[in-house]
Design a binder for this molecule. Structure first.
Ligand SMILES: *[C@@H]1O[C@H](CO)[C@@H](O)[C@H](O)[C@H]1NC(C)=O
Ligand SMILES: *[C@@H]1O[C@H](CO)[C@@H](O)[C@H](O)[C@H]1NC(C)=O
Ligand SMILES: *[C@@H]1O[C@H](CO)[C@@H](O)[C@H](O)[C@H]1NC(C)=O
Ligand SMILES: *[C@@H]1O[C@H](CO)[C@@H](O)[C@H](O)[C@H]1NC(C)=O
Ligand SMILES: *[C@@H]1O[C@H](CO)[C@@H](O)[C@H](O)[C@H]1NC(C)=O
Ligand SMILES: *[C@@H]1O[C@H](CO)[C@@H](O)[C@H](O)[C@H]1NC(C)=O
Ligand SMILES: *[C@@H]1O[C@H](CO)[C@@H](O)[C@H](O)[C@H]1NC(C)=O
Length: 318
């Protein structure tokens, strides 16, 4: 197991002087305040990320003259080298780490969300003289690793709650999942940003997040809606056209009156027509049958005359 680098820092004699000097130097840097920026490394889940260390081994020397500790959040040793040999590797980082033998950069591949957090690189120089090893701290510097995981394309759904001629009350829902870190959600409607009622779901602070936003809008005309998910400098956006309902329901009551009026008029006209027809139709039928009776008599009469003429012709032939 790797000894804690701080444990190897017990100063004595001339080492104390150097140690104090280092402390003063550190104080000097701290007094510069915000001028000293914290080192930062960024990477996406699955990628290879390098965490820069604070010392570059000169070409005249080698890793054999050093102890290098890469720690996470002070308490956990990620990777440790002493005299050129790997002396410790964290189970969680097994087969995922590599140390650059010159600039001591810690390479992690592939990175995981769990790797997110503060790291520390501690370098000690070993002066081997008279069978004793006198480690001297060269540098000790923190570096923060920010891991991001891509969110899914936002999915937008719209549900019409109520509708009138002027506007539709629409509840818009935007959701995205599986990303890291905790995102911001924003929305643009009618050229103004909306105020979401948003919820975030995550198993822990170092697990992927699911985000869902709800907002109620008044849609007065066809308008495009855009939802954006922002996380550590990345943005995922999606848009949806919210259509104003065109089937305006306001004039539905007056038409029903019109229909009643129109149908009553039609019924009255029809009844009138039937009554009139009933009055005139029978007469017409009678006149027809009278006419047929007349014609029968005429036929009979003509037959009579024909018989008469027949008789006269017989008489004449006698
Ligand atoms: C360390 O060296 C590697 C290549 O050997 C290079 O890619 C990396 O940028 C260097 N890092 C620093 C902090 O100099
Ligand atoms: C690391 O790699 C070695 C050799 O390839 C393998 O035997 C071991 O199971 C690996 N460990 C993990 C945690 O993947
Ligand atoms: C670092 O460790 C401390 C306790 O050792 C813990 O409370 C804290 O949450 C850790 N921070 C991160 C970012 O892991
Ligand atoms: C939206 O706002 C921008 C500036 O805020 C403006 O330039 C643009 O004309 C606006 N568009 C509409 C349709 O109002
Ligand atoms: C936000 O949504 C939750 C549940 O989805 C609901 O209980 C809460 O009342 C909503 N808040 C607002 C201000 O609409
Ligand atoms: C996040 O959403 C995905 C897909 O919808 C789901 O499978 C997963 O269980 C959700 N995670 C949490 C923590 O709710
Ligand atoms: C939507 O319009 C109704 C009246 O039509 C109004 O009462 C309500 O406050 C409006 N809501 C929003 C979010 O503008």
């Amino acid at each position: 197991m790797a000894s804690c680098p701080q444990a190897g820092l017990v100063p004595s004699g001339p080492a104390l002087k150097r140690w104090l000097g280092l402390g003063l130097l550190l104080f000097y840097f701290m007094s510069l305040g915000y001028a000293v920026e914290k080192k930062v490394a960024k990477g996406k889940v699955g990628e290879k990320v390098g965490l820069p260390c604070c010392h570059e081994i000169p070409s005249t020397e080698s890793l054999r003259n050093y102890r290098v500790y890469w720690q996470k959040n002070i308490t956990e040793v990620v990777l440790a080298y002493a005299e050129g040999k790997k002396i410790s590797v964290n189970e969680r980082y097994e087969n995922r780490t590599e140390l650059d033998s010159r600039n001591l950069t810690l390479w992690i591949s592939p990175v995981e969300i769990l790797d997110n957090g503060p790291y520390q690189c501690v370098v000690q120089h070993l002066k081997i003289s008279q069978n004793s090893i006198a480690p001297r701290i060269v540098c000790d510097e923190p570096v923060t690793l920010f891991i991001t995981a891509d969110f899914s394309e936002p999915s937008i759904t719209a549900e019409v709650r109520s509708s009138s001629c002027e506007s539709d009350e629409v509840v818009v829902r935007c959701s995205s999942h599986g990303g890291f870190p905790k995102p911001k959600i924003s929305g643009i409607f009618n050229n103004t940003s909306v105020v979401w009622n948003a919820t975030w779901v995550s198993e822990s602070s170092i697990s992927p997040y699911n985000v869902t936003g709800n907002v109620q809008l008044n849609v007065t005309e066809d308008t495009s809606f855009t939802c954006s998910i922002e996380y550590s400098g990345f943005t995922k956006s999606a848009s949806l056209l919210l259509k104003k309902r065109s089937d305006c329901v306001l004039p539905t009551i007056p038409p029903s009156y019109n229909v009643i009026t129109a149908s009553s008029i039609i019924i009255i006209v029809f009844l009138l027509a039937v009554t009139l027809a009933a009055k005139f139709l029978p007469r017409h039928v009678c006149s027809q049958c009278c006419m047929s009776q007349d014609s029968e008599e005429e036929v009979k009469e003509s037959m009579k005359t024909a018989e008469l003429s027949k008789v006269t012709s017989e008489m004449s032939s006698v």
